[in-house]
Design a protein around this ligand. Structure first.
Ligand SMILES: Cc1cc2nc3c(=O)[nH]c(=O)nc-3n(C[C@H](O)[C@H](O)[C@H](O)COP(=O)(O)OP(=O)(O)OC[C@H]3O[C@@H](n4cnc5c(N)ncnc54)[C@H](O)[C@@H]3O)c2cc1C
Length: 636
């Protein structure tokens, strides 16, 4: 985090100087705004937090609830989400309060005494070291709180507008605010009042029963029946020894429990499988007492004495998906390229509004947040004039496919979890599947296809460890200016900027090399994306955060040997930015760790942390052409 560059800061440096709409943000929901987000769940809040980094864009986020979420809903945080929170600045704080999953236990009927359960396996949670981030459990409400804090501290000073319900919308092109939205105030001084507000774009992040989805004529298709779980967050005394471990428990009677220990050392959640809701209508009326009784039967010979119930519900969900995540008819054009602005979307849906799946793979909240992270920067860049509106088509193209893959995986996982032990040919099939497919539930299987923002793999061999389309996997380097060993990926904040990592060829800083010629082109050429798309009033790194990693150790050169593009002037005092120059860490050379060519490479990373392109240092024309597809020069 950088501060003091606008002058000395005496208070919490996370509170950034107000700018744009943050200087005079209306308290009340205004009649007109750039973006209206419906729903303060994980999908809506991350989109709002990302848009808060664009203070020139006026974003509002409404919810019909009169206040923040307090209890219930999801709690599993995959490593990819923690990586995302790191970019929003609250991963460490959240990790401190969360439960950390390191192993998972599988309990099954004891082969000697099948009426008793016994521990059958206990694999580690991340055997392949997929991520340096942990797998956490914490209540959804706390995550939403952190996003709320992040947006309140942003230059936009954004806060949710609670107590406003979405009713319906219509789109009328060729006016400045094309989406007319009918809302009703459900709390506060205007309670009961209905009004129409207008926005340039609307996001429906309003959950599985989304009215925004209905308004744009999309439907969730999929399973006929919902699967139901009795869910309870409880404090209890028990002699079950793994009560503080994540467990999948199957009893001989076919009953099953997913046990999730929760933050704070005492609370835990149990999902008791209740079967198909629509086949046994009475499942919906299962009482808390029945859930507790069933849990005790499955846990036999152990018992559960519940002393306090924080939340319980019968959570029903099926595998369902919409055919697109926006209001544009699906076309055959997968590239996202077209000059026809008329077919660019105005209304989007995200999260449970467009995909639902079982709680067993713990994906709902995580995937919903990645939807919002994908859309937020695109809306921000289009509305601030940096990118063309066609960029917005890539949201549905990219995220619909991810959701489809997730549903296929989740269906397989749920079916396996529901099978009786004797139905498996190989008794360790379930735990082997869990370990083998760990990358999926950890959130790292997403791989975007080539498009206007994802390049082709022609030069992938220059950086094998950064597959184009997958998220940028961090590795450790040394920051030259202060000799700090740190994770390169963790230096990327969720500020809506592109990252361009220049991995140097062999010569050290200060010597003539392919890197110095590339760096000179970046600063001087009229074709360089930095020159072409950054407004002359903006800092050189306002849109592109360009960093360099040399093959040498930090002791072998001076930070000031690095070319100007890596030492841009910033802020009102035109100070040099020293924190973009890195050397390799002894014994952990990033060039080896990520298969980067010793002839150097350019790795382009999107604002949502996905690798967009890999290019040689010598192919500046390809770099220029890549950004030309989505970006546009500033208008005066
Ligand atoms: C009651 C409930 C229990 C759940 N339990 C579990 C669980 O046990 N395990 C699990 O993994 N997942 C659970 N989930 C699902 C999980 O919480 C979601 O997958 C995740 O929250 C998806 O995030 P989202 O932002 O898409 O939607 P949500 O978190 O559902 O957020 C939608 C928001 O939109 C608001 N809203 C809805 N309609 C309107 C409207 N017309 N106008 C204004 N605001 C509106 C809602 O008040 C809500 O705040 C549960 C969901 C619900 C609703």
């Amino acid at each position: 985090m950088q501060f003091h560059h606008h002058g000395y800061v005496t208070t919490d440096p996370r509170i950034q100087p107000a700018a744009g709409i943050g200087l005079d943000r209306p308290d009340e929901l205004p009649d007109e705004m750039d973006v209206l987000i419906v729903g303060t769940g994980p999908a809506g809040m991350i989109t709002a937090a990302q848009l808060a980094a664009f203070p020139e864009v006026h974003t509002r986020i409404i919810d019909r609830r009169p206040h923040r979420l307090e209890v219930g809903q999801a709690d599993g945080i995959q490593a990819r989400s923690v990586e995302t929170f790191q970019a929003f600045g609250f991963a460490e704080e959240l990790s401190r309060e969360a439960y950390h999953i390191t192993e998972m236990a599988f309990w099954k009927p004891d082969p000697e005494r099948p009426e008793h359960i016994a521990r059958a396996a206990q694999p580690v949670d991340d055997p392949q070291g997929i991520s340096e981030f942990p797998h956490l459990i914490v209540n959804q409400a706390r995550i939403l709180d952190h996003f709320a804090e992040s947006m309140a501290n942003s230059p936009s000073r954004m806060r949710p507008d609670f107590g406003v319900e979405f009713l319906e919308l219509s789109v009328e092109d060729s006016v400045e605010f094309p989406v007319a939205v009918r809302v009703r105030h459900t709390a506060g001084p205007r309670e009961g009042e209905e009004r129409t507000v207008r926005a340039k774009y609307v996001l429906g992040a309003d959950g599985a029963r989304s009215q925004v989805r209905t308004s744009i004529g999309r439907r969730l298709d999929g399973d006929q029946a919902n699967h139901a779980w009795g869910v309870m967050d409880v404090l209890a005394r028990t002699d079950f020894p793994d009560i503080r471990l994540k467990c999948a428990i199957q009893s001989d009677s076919g009953g099953s429990i997913l046990l999730i220990p929760r933050e704070g050392g005492h609370l835990f959640r149990m999902y008791v499988d209740l079967g198909e809701a629509d086949q046994h209508g009475d499942v919906r009326s299962t009482t808390l007492e029945q859930i507790i009784q069933q849990a005790n039967e499955i846990l036999h010979p152990y018992s559960l004495d519940v002393r306090h119930v924080a939340w319980h519900s019968v959570y029903e969900v099926g595998h369902r998906l919409t055919d697109a995540f926006d209001d544009v008819e699906v076309s055959g054009d997968e590239s996202g390229e077209s000059d026809d602005v008329g077919t660019c979307p105005r209304v989007f849906i995200a999260g449970d509004a467009c995909h639902t799946h079982s709680a067993k793979a713990g994906q709902g909240m995580n995937v919903s947040m990645q939807d919002g992270f994908n859309l937020g920067w695109k809306l921000g860049q289009v509305l601030s004039g940096t990118c063309r509106p066609e960029l917005l088509r890539t949201y549905s193209q990219e995220r619909q496919e991810v959701a489809k893959n997730l549903i296929d995986f989740d269906r397989e996982w749920s079916t396996l979890m529901a099978m009786k032990p004797e139905e498996f040919e190989d008794p360790s099939f379930l735990e082997d599947f869990y370990v083998k497919t760990a990358e999926f539930p950890a959130g790292f299987m997403t791989e975007y296809r080539p498009s206007m923002i994802t390049g082709a793999a022609e030069h992938q061999h220059l950086a094998e460890g950064y597959p184009i389309g997958k998220r940028f996997k961090s590795a450790r380097v040394v920051r030259v200016c202060d000799t700090n060993p740190l994770h390169l990926g963790h230096q990327a904040e969720a500020d809506g900027r592109w990252r361009i990592y220049a991995f140097a060829d062999r010569p050290a800083a200060g010597q003539d090399s392919a890197l110095t010629r590339w760096a000179q082109w970046m600063v001087e050429s009229a074709d360089s994306p930095v020159r072409r798309f950054t407004h002359e009033d903006q800092d050189l790194d306002a849109l592109f955060d360009v960093k360099v990693v040399y093959q040498q150790r930090h002791t072998e050169f001076e930070v000031t040997d690095a070319p100007q593009i890596f030492l841009p002037e910033v802020g009102p005092y035109r100070l040099l930015q020293y924190e973009k120059v890195f050397g390799v860490l002894e014994g952990e050379d990033i060039f080896d760790a990520r298969g980067i060519s010793r002839d150097g490479a350019v790795v382009v990373v999107r604002p949502d942390q996905y690798v967009a392109h890999v290019l040689p240092l010598t192919d500046t024309a390809a770099l220029a052409a890549f950004f030309e597809q989505s970006m546009q020069p500033p208008r005066d």
